[in-house]
Design a binder for this molecule. Sequence first.
Ligand SMILES: C[S@@+](CC[C@H](N)C(=O)[O-])C[C@H]1O[C@@H](n2cnc3c(N)ncnc32)[C@H](O)[C@@H]1O
Length: 198
Amino acid sequence: MGKWFPKLYDTLMGPFERRGFGAIRRQLIQKASGEVLEIGSGTGLNFPFYINAKKVTAIEPEPLMRQLSIQRAQQAQVHIELMSANAEKLPFPDNHFDTIVCTLVLCTIPDPIKALEEISRVCKPDGQLFIFEHVKIDHPFLGPLQDRLTPVWRRLCDGCHLNRPTLDLVKQSNFKVINEKRYYKDIFIVAEAIKAGL
Ligand SMILES: C[S@@+](CC[C@H](N)C(=O)[O-])C[C@H]1O[C@@H](n2cnc3c(N)ncnc32)[C@H](O)[C@@H]1O
């Protein structure tokens, strides 16, 4: 990862956070309860919104991102433990977490199918997965545009795939989506899913 992306992340996200993402995050994250695992927590933009979690374990493989999130972790209302780890190989036992949170991260993880397998493994049998992601849309002009922009976008935004069908991947994984909402011409989705069983 280039150093400029973590350094500029909060500045680039600022207008989006103020105009809607912040409210979306608040609504979703305040519902996270019990032992929570956040995947690829970046600069910690979700941290202020945890109010019902018993404890949050936040994994973030990029050292500068992790460093930039320390202040938000310290100011959070619940205990947040920051760790370096990759979603494709989670250093936790089976059936450990009550809630797993992925925001704007399944688009970037190199192997999202493996990551969802790992997320399912560490999620308790009655646990839940919360996601807020952008996805490939079914639109005659915007869908192909997402495909065309993705190679350049990936280089600029540290591996982010504009055209990843993340909600479909979640539906094909070991989670059952029980609630989904779409935003901004259906490009962004918020979904709540429960572990589907063995
Ligand atoms: C676009 S940022 C999103 C940060 C944060 N989740 C948010 O909502 O603002 C994507 C994050 O995914 C992290 N990431 C990339 N590959 C990952 C992996 N294999 N496992 C976990 N996180 C990863 C990056 O380091 C980066 O912090």
